[in-house]
Design a protein around this ligand. Structure first.
Ligand SMILES: Cc1cc2nc3c(=O)[nH]c(=O)nc-3n(C[C@H](O)[C@H](O)[C@H](O)COP(=O)(O)O)c2cc1C
Length: 360
């Protein structure tokens, strides 16, 4: 029987050849938000994997919305030109659609690159002021952000729409808005971070208001024949965090407004005990999918092809996100295909002689 993992999936106006999604992964290798030669290396690597779609790393919609000095941005002509240069080199050699994750780091911006020590940037490291729904620092290693006023919220909303227009000019196929892992849109959604007393805080509907306004602003400029979706937290893994029902309601509201998919993950809004294990976030994806009736990507420690296949076959998700697993094995889709009795996908003619064959 044909596998589910290697069956096509329609997301919005275009079709993925299979259901393997390369989840966004920060590379911390940009300069002033502009892609570098490392991005040529990394994109080429991912684009020869045979996955269904490659989602580029969290990309700041304004300079202050980047996580670190090394994060990609899409807020200037220079950023757009740098990404165009990289795409022009790598795109002719793969049919894989390319998406981008647009985000704003809010109170988790202005941090050091992980391999240089991580944590908030210190004096002498060119830190910048951060913003958030409420003036509460992430932890003692981060500066206290300022609470966003109406004008700042309007500016950030416009920045998301402007970055989407740049993504359109770049010919990208999909946008994923970063509403997870404790970054700005996720900060609004979470009662841990959002202590506002205006119409953007309090009830779950109020906390969802700004993320939904951002979604609408992007939907208005992003064509239906491409795909637009949101990465969201199913839980903060804390009693005082967002509930799975609230997350599922948010996804249902996104579906109503024309979201083509959601990508369900968790955590990042503060210290928590996370029950890590293979597929630990799948139950969150399943609940969101059941309630919101929207194509759903499950992600998190899914590395075994049979496990990935069973998640899809049992109707728990529509696609599988891979991050560390595909860095570890950039031909994971080939190996998964063979394990499931399929032909390796997306093999470039130059690599044909090395591609494995399905077991008889
Ligand atoms: C190097 C690295 C960078 C990441 N950067 C991002 C990012 O830019 N945006 C995001 O939403 N998640 C990011 N993540 C999280 C992954 O997308 C993914 O959700 C997480 O690693 C769990 O999946 P995995 O077990 O397959 O790695 C990153 C993970 C890694 C390992």
């Amino acid at each position: 029987m044909a596998s589910k993992l290697f069956s096509p999936l329609k997301l919005g106006g275009f079709e993925l050849a299979n259901r393997i999604v390369i989840a966004p992964m920060c590379q911390y290798s940009a300069v002033d938000g502009s892609a570098s030669d490392w991005h040529i290396v990394h994109f080429s690597n991912m684009l020869q994997s045979g996955a269904g779609v490659f989602i580029l790393e969290a990309t700041g919609v304004e300079a202050a919305g980047r996580i670190s000095h090394g994060c990609l941005g899409l807020y200037s002509d220079a950023n757009e030109e740098a990404l165009a240069r990289v795409l022009k080199i790598v795109r002719p050699y793969s049919k894989m659609p390319i998406g981008i994750q647009l985000g704003h780091a809010g109170r988790k911006a202005s941090t050091q690159i992980p391999w240089l020590g991580g944590g908030g940037l210190k004096a002498g490291q060119n830190p910048w002021p951060t913003v958030a729904p409420s003036a509460i620092a992430f932890d003692e290693n981060h500066d206290t952000p300022s609470a966003m006023g109406d004008a700042e919220m309007a500016r950030v909303k416009q920045a998301f729409a402007d970055a989407a227009k740049r993504a359109l000019r770049l010919g990208l196929d999909l946008i994923e808005l970063h509403g997870a892992h404790g970054y700005l849109l996720c900060q609004f959604l979470s009662p841990i971070v959002n202590k506002r007393t205006d119409r953007y805080g309090g009830s779950a509907a109020n906390r969802a208001r700004f993320p939904l306004e951002v979604f609408d602003a992007v939907r208005a400029v992003w064509p239906r024949e491409k795909a637009l979706g949101v990465r969201l937290n199913g839980t903060d893994w804390r009693e005082d965090g967002i509930t799975i029902d609230e997350a599922a309601d948010f996804a249902a509201e996104l579906a109503k407004r024309g979201s083509d998919f959601v990508h369900v993950t968790s955590g990042g809004n503060g210290a928590a005990n996370i029950p890590l294990g293979a597929g630990y976030q799948v139950p969150l994806a399943e609940k969101v999918r059941d309630r919101a009736k929207i194509p759903t990507i499950a992600v998190g420690m899914i590395t075994d092809p049979a496990h990935a296949e069973s998640i899809l076959a049992e109707g728990k998700a529509d696609a599988i996100g891979l991050a560390r697993g595909i860095l570890n094995d950039p031909r994971w889709p080939w190996h998964a295909a063979v394990a499931l009795g399929e032909n390796p996908p997306g093999v470039s003619p130059q690599y044909l002689r090395g591609a494995p064959r399905p077991k008889a």
